[in-house]
Structure formats: structure tokens, C-alpha cells
Design a protein around this ligand. Structure first.
Ligand code: ATP
Ligand code: MG
Ligand code: FE
Length: 344
């Protein structure tokens, strides 16, 4: 099926078009620069930016794919989770298009879309699979038996998300928002063994009570303390070494727990999605460690890891192919949509 996907859950306005597992267009507009000076996304600013960007981004996607609205078989849109006002712009826009062009509409889960997007790069996802979902707002380990029906959560962060930790540590190192990309770059020139930072929830007791859960707030505090101590002593802060050591602490825990989930469930496919999956060290470390256990790691290219419209189209296409019923036209955006719901 030819499916158009619309994403507007945070600060990215995305419109993607796919045919089956083939990516035809992935148009994106971002309000990230407008939020940068606030150190985080400002909801009202994001909503207004979506309103201005949605129609031009739609036209760019249709042009890029060389199709018209009449050619589209179904429209998919992020129904949640995300910022309420931001979601509303995409959902209202998608409903208008569906009504005007008489197309079925699928309101889908943004987090499931972060998992589904990998099919555009690597083809159908072998099931069962373990999914490590790491983004700005979420960090979860999931079991995927049938993506069209939903996912089973195995564990999640008990405090900060992995992306949030990157953003906060970048801020205290004086790097711009979002912090993932500048830390990734700085870490390439740093020594990951320079400083030993804590690995949250990996102690013997934690591995019983929180085997597949994560915690990153202690790590963030440890980095802040270390940097403060350095500044007090008057010595320069070795920014690249701090970045590399912090990044390795995050990736070590994510990869360790993801591989443990695969091994404990006898699953040979690990798919990683969400903005933090764009991290070069995470991808390399996962591939390296998984190989020894016969586990195949799938990570889409960085542009597909962070928010985009193609991921929504990819999940929509999967649901159409699986024979899922479309959503009723009166469905609501759900800012707190649970991970277990693949669509509304
Ligand atoms: P959610 O998907 O949970 O609603 P979101 O949509 O804001 O959150 P994404 O766009 O999926 O999140 O991811 C953004 C996050 O990914 C940011 O925290 C950003 O710092 C992080 N990120 C992006 N690139 C990298 C990278 N190369 N390394 C580490 N983190 C990265
Ligand atoms: Mg973003
Ligand atoms: Fe996201």
C-alpha cells in the first residue's frame, strides 16, 4: 500500500510516504532552533511552528515521491504520546486530508513507529524481537511478538530517559540543545576509560528487582559533581573525556540489558529505535557485543532514528498490510498514549 504518515508529537513536523517497506519521501521541518535558547522544547512555540509547517511539508513530500493525494491508499498520523497541542495540529490536519480525499486514517503510537521505521532500512522485522527504545522522553525494553497488535514492555527508565541524560549533560558541558549529537562528536576525541561513571541499576539487588529497568539521573548527577570538582580545583575540564566516559556509561547499560533480554527470552533479533539510536557508539557497541551471542542488531540510519514522518508511514503501512481496521474519524490525540496501544 501507498501510505502517507504525519508526525507532530514534539518539535519536528514530518511527512513521509512509503510503498510497502520502500521509502519514497521523508520531508521534515524543525522548530528546534526556536527552542534552543530555552534548553528544551516550548510547547506553544512547537504548536505554532507545526501549524505553519504542515502544509508546505506535505507538498514537499508529495513532490519528492512524485505522487498526488489521490494516489495515497491510507493516511497515518501520530495520535500520541507527545505534547498535546503539537499532536492536535497533526491529527486535525490528517483528519482534514482523510475527509477531503476520502482515505482511511490510522491514528498510531509514536513509540511503536520508532520501532517500525527500521523496516524501511532492513525489511520485515523477524518476530519475536526485542526492541530497545531510547529517545528524548522514553527509554524502554520491549518484546515484540506481533507489531500490528502491540508490544510487551519488559522494563523502562525509573527516572530520566537516555536522551534526556544526553541533553542535561551536554548543557552542563556548555554544548547546544539537543545534546546527543554534540556529545557523540566530542566523544570521538575523548577517552571512554578516563573517568568511571556509575552504571545505574546494575548491582546484584537491582538485577533482581529492576533487571530490565534503567536509571540515568544518578549518572547525570555524578557527571555534574565531577565537573564541579574540576572547576573548583581550577584545572580545565577535559570535555571530550567527560563526553566519552558519560556516553560509554549510558551505552554500556543499554546494551548489557538489551542483550540480557534477548538471551533470557531466547530471541535473536534486537532492534534499536528512537533518537538515541542515532548514537554512533551505541550502534557499534551493540553490534560488537551481540555478535558473540548470535544476536542480530538492527539500527536504522540516524535520520530515521530521530522524529520524522517516514516512521509514521512505515507503521501505518505495516498496519494496513496486517489487515488492521482504520481508526474512527472522531479519535482524539492522546498525549499519554500507553506503549501497549499500537493505534487508536
Ligand atoms: P519521544 O520519542 O520519547 O517522544 P522525542 O520525540 O523528543 O521523544 P526523539 O526525536 O526520538 O525524541 O529523540 C530526541 C533525543 O535523541 C534527544 O534527547 C537527543 O539528544 C537524542 N539524540 C539525537 N541524536 C543523538 C546521538 N547521536 N547520540 C545520543 N543521543 C542523540
Ligand atoms: Mg526533536
Ligand atoms: Fe520520538
Amino acid at each position: 500500500p501507498l501510505v502517507l504518515g504525519i508526525e507532530s508529537s514534539c518539535d519536528e513536523t514530518g511527512v513521509g510516504i512509503v510503498r510497502g517497506h520502500t521509502l519514497l519521501a521523508d520531508a521534515l521541518a524543525s522548530s528546534v532552533d526556536e527552542h534552543a535558547r530555552f534548553g528544551g522544547v516550548v510547547p506553544e512555540v512547537a504548536s505554532r511552528a507545526h501549524l505553519q509547517a504542515l502544509v508546505p511539508t506535505l507538498h514537499r513530500a508529495l513532490d519528492e515521491a512524485g505522487v498526488t493525494l489521490a494516489d495515497i491508499d491510507a493516511i497515518a498520523v501520530t495520535a500520541g504520546p507527545g505534547l498535546a497541542g503539537a499532536l492536535l495540529v497533526g491529527v486535525a490536519g490528517a483528519k482534514g486530508l482523510a475527509l477531503a480525499a476520502e482515505k482511511p486514517i490510522y491514528g498510531v503510537n509514536h513509540l511503536a513507529a520508532h520501532v517500525a521505521v527500521d523496516t524501511l532500512e532492513h525489511g520485515p522485522l523477524p518476530e519475536p524481537a526485542i526492541a530497545l527504545l531510547v529517545s528524548g522522553g522514553h527509554s524502554s525494553l520491549l518484546r515484540v511478538d506481533d507489531l500490528a497488535r502491540g508490544v510487551t514492555p519488559l522494563g523502562a527508565t525509573i527516572d530520566d530517559a537516555a536522551g534526556e541524560a544526553f541533553d542535561k549533560v551536554a548543557r552542563l558541558l556548555g554544548m547546544p540543545f539537543p545534546g546527543g549529537p554534540p556529545i557523540d562528536r566530542a566523544a570521538r576525541d575523548g577517552d571512554p576509560l578516563a573517568i568511571t561513571f556509575p552504571r545505574g541499576l546494575t548491582g546484584p539487588k537491582d538485577l533482581v528487582e529492576h533487571r530490565f529497568d534503567f536509571s540515568f539521573s544518578g549518572l547525570k548527577t555524578a557527571v555534574a559533581r565531577w565537573v564541579e570538582a574540576r572547576e573548583r580545583s581550577g584545572e580545565p575540564v577535559p570535555v571530550n573525556d567527560v563526553a566519552a566516559s558519560f556516553q560509554d556509561a549510558v551505552c554500556d547499560v543499554l546494551v548489557r540489558k538489551a542483550i540480557d533480554a534477548c538471551r533470557s527470552q531466547g530471541i535473536e533479533t534486537l532492534v534499536i529505535g528512537g533518537g538515541v539510536a542515532a548514537n554512533s557508539r551505541l550502534k557499534a557497541m551493540a553490534a560488537e557485543r551481540a555478535a558473540g551471542y548470535g544476536i542480530t542488531v538492527r539500527v536504522p540510519r540516524p535520520k530515521l532514528c530521530t522524529d520524522n514522518g517516514a516512521m509514521v508511514a512505515a507503521l501505518g503501512s505495516h498496519l494496513v498490510a496486517a489487515g488492521n481496521a482504520p481508526s474512527k474519524l472522531d479519535f482524539a490525540a492522546d498525549s499519554a498514549m500507553p506503549l501497549t496501544l499500537v493505534g487508536v
